[in-house]
Design a protein around this ligand. Structure first.
Ligand SMILES: [Zn+2]
Ligand SMILES: [Zn+2]
Length: 611
């Protein structure tokens, strides 16, 4: 590959997409052409630019682009968000495992950054006048709501066509167009497509001074700009990375608590800001119909920069409270009417507990009290074993453990033995009652929506335990002190998938890759099967029983559909789990098993699927 005849100096802080657009514009080439020359896009013509390029470009791709543009590989890497991975946890959380899928953390705008029109207009130097100002990397971070330099709120949508909401999409649109300026809106205009012709792009100038005037948000107050500056400082090497990372996690946990318990925190914002937060909360709750309020967790930040600033400021105010512990407990009580350990906030706190500060971890304990805390106030029994931790026990006891230690108890159905053994082991490690241990494992007879086979008797009925079961379990527990394989945190997996189902995009992609079935009959791939497939994946990842799997797709169906699905569930389940399934189910099972393996790896590596 030969270098390009002309290149372009990158602007400090600009993103990979920004540089690509500006360089292509300078060379009058479509950006697609450059991306192909750098080997970023292979395969079919319309393949989009992968999101992971923006997060962390792989060395061969960085080197190819560096050769092409006569930049150094360091300069190419500086165009990505990777420099913040130890400072701003959502970057690391979205970071692609280069072989697998990448998740998008809701605290990161990968595809639709907000922007400052004045920055896009350039700084007046000849180069920026000709090829446009930068699309800044910081605009991908939802914690950046204003341009400190131009003292204005960012824009979150194109002022001409109104597009740019946080819908998932490609990194940039119209890659094949060599006429659009980098500061022009590249989004296709809906409703303007004609057969055989390309949909025209909006083409609106995003650097138009009129766009600034049309910004519905007034200029931010100085205090807000100072706050923005302090957030930006956290992203620079002037502070230790660990400190910054804890700060952003703390801010996120508190913002989620404020959103979820809203309007409990109304007093933290002035009237105008509170109204903006109101609108955001309303939209969020509207977006998850059918989920009761106390089960919802509102984690994403608002797209509207002014609302976003208001929510972050409120979070900062709470974080600054001296008695953080009682404030958090008050908010958690207002938000949720269930036991602290069961609230969605407890779950998200657990998910982020490795990156939040020690101060917040301690202050949040009463509000998220976990099963790990034993004895004391509730008068429960103390743990009797410390060979292993309760999170290492799968709800449907690991099959190899069962085989090694318990398979000889043939007087009880294997299903009951595995369930009972798991409950017992957890109880030994946590203390507390059998009911607590079952709840910890997500074994909840109330969740079973139908009762059929004898194997689904409530676990509690299995108290008649064969003699010797406890002795066998003690043997197993002792083995766990020096386990044959690294122990897996199943609690984390269950929490990551608590309300999880395959999204339609992933499902369609999985199904479309199945080999075609001969004959005229097409297998059904509707939402019901998507629900069953999700449950299959869940059982693989969490090592749990399908009876206790979440069914979020089913939950939002009208009652008569739910009934219909429940009646057909056994059939699909049988097809997916029997040893000699029909061809379609065998293929599907293989694809789902593969998907589950990757999902488990991602969760274990701290990259759970986005909510
Ligand atoms: Zn600006
Ligand atoms: Zn537009």
């Amino acid at each position: 590959m030969r270098p390009l005849p002309m290149s372009l100096e990158p602007i400090a802080g600009e993103s990979l997409v920004s540089y690509l657009l500006r360089l292509a514009y300078r060379l009058s080439l479509p950006p697609l052409h450059l991306a192909r020359m750098a080997g970023w896009i292979n395969g079919p013509r319309h393949n989009p630019l992968a999101r992971k390029l923006l997060l962390d470009i792989a060395p061969p791709q960085a080197e190819a682009f560096a050769r092409l543009t006569k930049l150094t590989t360091e300069e190419v890497a500086a165009l990505t968000l990777s420099s913040w991975q130890h400072r701003y946890p959502p970057v690391a959380r979205s970071m692609p495992d280069r072989a697998g899928p990448s998740w998008s953390d809701s605290w990161l705008f990968t595809t639709s950054p907000r922007f400052c029109p004045s920055c896009l207009a350039g700084d007046g130097t000849a180069a920026q006048r000709l090829h446009g100002g930068p699309w800044r990397k910081i605009w991908h971070l939802p914690v950046v709501f204003a341009c400190v330099e131009h003292q204005q709120f960012l824009l979150h949508a194109c002022p001409h066509c109104g597009q740019g909401h946080s819908s998932p999409g490609p990194l940039t649109h119209r890659m094949n167009d060599n006429t659009l300026h980098p500061a022009q809106c590249r989004r296709p205009l809906a409703g303007m497509s004609a057969p055989g012709r390309k949909t025209p792009a909006c083409g609106g100038q995003l650097d138009d001074p009129a766009a600034v005037r049309r910004n519905i948000n007034p200029r931010p107050a100085q205090a807000l700009l100072d706050f923005q500056q302090s957030l930006l400082t956290q992203l620079t090497p002037s502070l230790p990375a660990r400190e910054a990372s804890e700060y952003f996690t703390d801010l996120r946990l508190i913002a989620a608590l404020i959103s979820t318990s809203w309007p409990q925190g109304r007093h933290l914002a002035d009237a105008g800001s509170a109204e903006k937060i109101d609108a955001h909360i309303h939209n969020q709750r509207h977006g998850t119909p059918g989920v009761p309020r106390h089960r919802q967790l509102l984690d994403p930040l608002p797209r509207d920069p002014a609302a976003c600033a208001a929510l972050l400021s409120a979070a900062q105010l709470l974080l600054d409270e001296e008695d953080l512990e009682s404030v958090l407990s008050r908010f958690a009580r207002a938000a949720f009417n269930s036991r602290p350990s069961r609230t969605p906030w407890a779950l998200i706190s657990a998910r982020h507990q490795d990156t939040c500060s020690e101060r917040l971890r301690t202050a949040a304990e009463p509000a998220t009290r976990t099963f790990r805390r034993t004895g004391g106030c509730r008068g429960t029994r103390a743990p009797v074993r410390d060979d292993y931790r309760p999170e290492h026990i799968a709800a449907f006891l690991q099959p190899d453990w069962y085989q090694r230690h318990l398979a000889r108890f043939t007087g009880m159905p294997a299903k009951i033995v595995r369930r009972t053994a798991a409950v017992r082991l957890v109880q030994w490690a946590t203390g507390g009652s059998q009911g607590d241990a079952a709840a910890y494992l997500g074994i909840n007879p109330g969740k079973m929506q139908f009762k059929a086979a004898s194997g689904t008797r409530p676990w509690a009925q299995a108290r008649f335990q064969p003699a010797g079961l406890d002795a066998a379990l003690r043997e197993l527990a002792a083995e766990l002190r020096t386990p044959r394989q690294p122990l897996i945190d199943y609690l984390r997996r269950r929490q990551a998938l608590q309300e999880w189902a395959l999204d339609t995009g992933t499902w369609e992609a999985l199904v479309s890759e199945l080999a075609p079935i001969p004959g005229p009959v097409r297998p059904v791939v509707n939402d019901r099967k998507r629900q069953d497939a999700s449950i299959f994946v869940w059982t693989q990842v969490t090592c749990g029983e399908h009876l206790f799997a979440p069914r979020p797709i089913e939950a939002v169906q009208p009652p008569h559909i739910q009934l219909e699905w429940a009646q057909r569930r056994n059939t699909t389940w049988f097809q997916l789990s029997r040893p000699d399934p029909l061809r379609h189910y065998a293929d599907l099972r293989k694809a789902l098993t593969q998907y589950a393996r990757q999902l488990a790896r991602d969760i274990d590596a701290g990259r759970p699927p986005a909510n």
